[in-house]
Design a protein around this ligand. Structure first.
Ligand SMILES: *Cc1c(COP(=O)(O)O)cnc(C)c1O
Length: 854
């Protein structure tokens, strides 16, 4: 134990008069952050403190002076507002839910993520991955899913950004004051704080377990900042994505292995574990280890018991975005752990490299997750396709379309991103049903009933607020820099609340091409400063502290925004967070998205914009390939990919200028006599009608439930019933088959395919097979059959099972199988024969090495 001089500690909690005690209950459930009435309640307590606390109600309640509490408790209007909000919260928590009707009893889902973006006052996120995780929890709560989140409680979270005079990003790391956050310390029955221990590099590291309540859903957060730990171990939960690979692997061990142990300590053993990105992939090993210990299973038996209950979502096709660890690092941190699982170094390392991968290659967390999950998905259709190509060698003997890797397109939690004004407008014309179920297209068609002027006026309010907000932020920035009075006055003149406003905000990763729009400065100047039809752009975003190139992009934009010709038309807002994001997505007319296809796996900001009536102009990448319908926004190019990046940038930046000059700007400024741009509002309506029903996390979480959680749970139950009988039996059966599979031989394949077959014809096929010692009932003989693509591989093929024919004159062990291929489509067809194991209960089973192709 290292010596410390620890001061005696005590905690001061807000002491609220009884009349106001409900405020605390509301403040400690993040449900408030998507309930406008609750937000207004906190705001009315003290709007200045509310702003200063970064919209943190726990801190706000703690800083209210006794005098103001006394006057507040005598304010009848406030008390009635408070009681309304409390009733709403109670109703929310106890009301009937979608899952009660749609879900399976007994299911318990744990959702693991390195970051969670729930609200700006709880800074445990960096960007899209975290926001998605936060929105996932919120919708899981709305739908009543039996789900909990698992993450890390960072003492400093992700960095905050400010820009120096030259426009370089500077980072600072304010401490999160846990006692001013909506945290509950989890305690056991004896009242002692719950903690877990994991072994890291040979020594135990303790982590405490906290809970944040997100509506109905608990989010458990682990924190290693305990006196019992060595200083370097206390810092494991210091920062999100800070530190080197050593730090990263230690964080991932705490998140995954510690996370599973925390759930166990809380008596909440999940049957479904959902890994949001590969950071938590070690959880697969811990689930296996626990079963081995508890039920005396061997490694492979435990694998069969848990794999079906693991789900993995991959979020990027960019290799640099995926964790790869050198094998020495794994050896150092997990050496004794894997030996405890009965694995050799070789068999352990093989879990993190492709089947034909180099034995010494780096260990990939995404591969570990895929090998030990029953189902993997990408986050848009295009990303699914790209991922199947990217990861094909994880399943070496399956055709691309048959990999257990599908896609579920991302969404956003609409209520968290909608402006109050737009939400009110929707309630007036659509009723309130969309709040519970935003997935019905028929409901959103009622958008057509909103008068154009009203929709336009509502959207304008958002723009006006964005402009005011941007001016305030800019002034604050300048005050900090001790700028001159003139500069402060100028800050009040940037942007114009009445002109076409473009938003561009995201992580400044180079593939997102933040400066594509600045490619041709002369042309840009002419567009922005057009005398009758001016345009302005609001930028925001952070670059990872180690990403010099990203920082350079930010600097270029900031420099440009200081040139006289752009000073009033381009603004870069510091410190992009959920609050800045809300102002942006609620206020912009156009959201610009310029990733290098196909590197934007999904993208979600454009969805937030769509709910607020803004329009999208985007490269056809990620979600926009599914969202774009011709009349509901714009596509930049047609999804072309060129080999020459310079050329691609050139072509696509020109396409943006063309679009702006010829279509977007004229449409925005073509006004009817009442000042409303009818062509533009028609697009706004088309955009909301087509995009809102599809791109919410309500739709997304339903899809996860129906396509992943429920089947995974059924599969898991089947294998774990009766003391995991089937799982054990399956593992042993596979082992036996591996021993005999080499005996299998295809003698002959006969078909009556002449060169041409008419569409609709059935082609008989007959196969002779030597099965050796494998019982005939334990194999599935199938034809993989379909239309060929230009490279001669089968596309979108179907599986045609062949059946055993009565024994002919051949002697055993030659057996005959037959069937018919139905040629429904014209074109060049191909077929391949394959033999797979067939299990008496589970049917055709895939296992690497147990597929024979002919
Ligand atoms: C929505 C959001 C993101 C994610 O944006 P993408 O478009 O998915 O890249 C990142 N940061 C913040 C603060 C957000 O609100």
């Amino acid at each position: 134990m290292y010596p410390t001089k620890t001061p005696h500690q005590f905690t001061v909690v807000p002491s609220l008069p009884a009349e106001l005690s409900a405020l605390k209950r509301i403040a400690y459930n993040l449900w408030w952050c998507w309930e406008p009435d609750a937000i207004r309640l906190f705001q009315r307590l003290d709007s200045e403190l509310w702003r200063q606390s970064r919209h943190n109600p726990v801190e706000l309640l703690g800083t209210l002076q006794q005098a103001s509490l006394d006057s507040l408790k005598a304010d009848e209007g406030l008390l009635s507002h408070l009681s309304q909000v409390e009733i709403k919260l109670k109703e929310y928590l106890s009301g009937p839910t979608w899952f009660e009707k749609a879900g399976a009893p007994g299911m318990r889902i744990a959702y693991f993520s390195m970051e969670f973006g729930i609200h700006e006052s709880l800074p445990l996120y960096s960007g899209g991955l975290g926001i998605l995780a936060g929105d996932h929890l919120k919708s899981a709560s709305d739908l009543g899913l039996p789900l909990c989140g698992v993450g890390l409680l960072y003492r400093q979270g992700y960095f905050r950004q400010y820009l120096n005079r030259e426009g370089w990003q500077q980072e600072f790391y304010p401490e999160n004051d846990f006692y001013n956050l909506p945290l509950h310390q989890e305690r056991d029955q004896a009242g002692q704080p719950v903690s877990v221990s994991v072994e890291i590099a040979g020594r135990p590291v303790k982590a405490r377990v906290w809970r944040v309540q997100v509506g109905r859903v608990p989010l458990y957060l682990l924190d290693t900042n305990l006196e019992d730990n060595l200083p370097e171990d206390r810092d494991i939960t210091l920062r999100l994505y800070g530190g080197d690979q050593d730090m990263r692997i230690r964080q991932e061990i705490v998140l995954a292995i510690g996370g599973i142990r925390a759930l166990q300590a809380l008596d909440l053993e999940p049957n479904i574990c959902h890994m949001n990105e590969g950071h938590a992939a070690f959880l697969t090993l811990e689930r296996i280890r626990q079963l081995m210990e508890k039920d005396q299973l061997r490694f492979h038996e435990a694998v069969e018991a848990v794999r079906g209950g693991n789900i993995f979502t991959t979020h990027t096709p960019v290799q640099a975005g995926i964790d790869h660890f050198p094998q020495e690092l794994l050896e150092r941190y997990l050496g004794s752990y894997y030996r405890g699982l009965g694995l050799t170094r070789e068999s352990f390392m093989a879990l993190g490299i492709p089947h034909q991968g180099r034995a010494g290659g780096s260990f990939c967390m995404a591969i570990l997750a895929m090998k030990l999950a029953g189902h993997t998905n990408g986050v848009s259709q295009l990303h699914g396709e790209v991922s199947r190509k990217m990861w094909a060698d994880v399943w070496p003997d399956l055709p691309e379309e048959q990999l257990p890797l599908s896609s579920i397109t991302n969404g956003v939690h609409d209520r968290s991103w909608l402006s109050d004004e737009m939400a009110d407008l929707l309630i007036r014309y659509l009723g309130t049903r969309w709040i519970e179920d935003p997935t019905s297209p028929a409901l959103w068609r009622r958008i057509s009933r909103i008068p154009d002027e009203e929709l336009w006026r509502t959207h304008r309010r958002g723009r006006v607020e964005l402009v005011e907000y941007a001016r305030d932020r800019l002034r604050e920035q300048l005050r900090r820099e001790e700028s001159s009075a003139r500069e402060l006055i100028e800050a009040g003149e940037v942007l114009d609340p009445e002109i076409l406003t473009i938003g561009f905000a995201r992580r400044f990763a180079t593939y997102k091409r933040g400066t594509l729009l600045l490619h041709d400065k002369e042309r840009l100047t002419a567009i922005l400063n057009h005398p009758q039809r001016p345009v302005q752009i609001v930028f925001a975003g952070k670059a990872h502290p180690a990403d010099h190139q990203g920082k350079e992009l930010i600097r270029q934009i900031v420099q440009l925004s200081r040139e006289e010709r752009f000073r009033r038309r381009i603004v870069f807002l510091e410190d992009y967070d959920m609050s800045v994001a809300r102002h942006l997505v609620q206020g912009v007319d156009l959201w610009l998205n310029t990733p290098l296809r196909p590197q934007e796996a999904s993208g979600t900001s454009g969805m937030k914009v769509a709910f607020n009536g803004g329009l999208n102009a985007s490269i056809l990448d990620g979600w926009w390939c599914e969202g774009y319908r011709g009349n509901n926004g714009w596509s930049i190019g047609h999804g072309e990919v060129y080999d020459d990046l310079e050329y691609q940038n050139e072509v696509e930046s020109r396409a943006i200028y063309d679009l702006l000059e010829k279509e977007i700007v004229p449409l925005f400024y073509e006004r009817a006599v009442d000042g409303v741009p009818r062509g533009w509002t028609a697009r706004m309506k088309a955009s909301m009608q087509t995009l809102c029903p599809e791109f919410s996390t309500s739709r997304m979480v339903r899809e996860y439930t129906e396509r992943c959680y429920t089947p995974a749970f059924q599969h898991w139950e089947q294998l774990n019933r009766d003391g995991k009988k089937l799982a054990v039996e399956l593992a042993r059966w596979k082992e036996r088959l591996h021993g005999k599979w080499g005996d299998l031989r295809i003698e002959s394949i006969e078909t009556a395919v002449h060169r041409e077959v008419a569409a609709g014809d059935r082609v008989p096929i007959n196969v002779k097979l030597v099965t050796g010692e494998i019982p005939i009932t334990e194999i599935a003989v199938e034809v993989y059959f379909g239309v060929l693509d230009s490279r001669g591989s089968i596309m979108g093929g179907e599986i045609v099972p062949l059946s055993l024919l009565p024994a002919g004159k051949e002697e055993e062990p030659v057996r005959q199988f037959g069937g018919e291929l139905e040629c429904r489509f014209c074109g060049r067809h191909g077929f391949m024969l394959r033999v797979m194991p067939r299990h008496p209960t589970l049917g055709t089973v895939y296992d690497p090495g147990l597929v024979l192709w002919g």
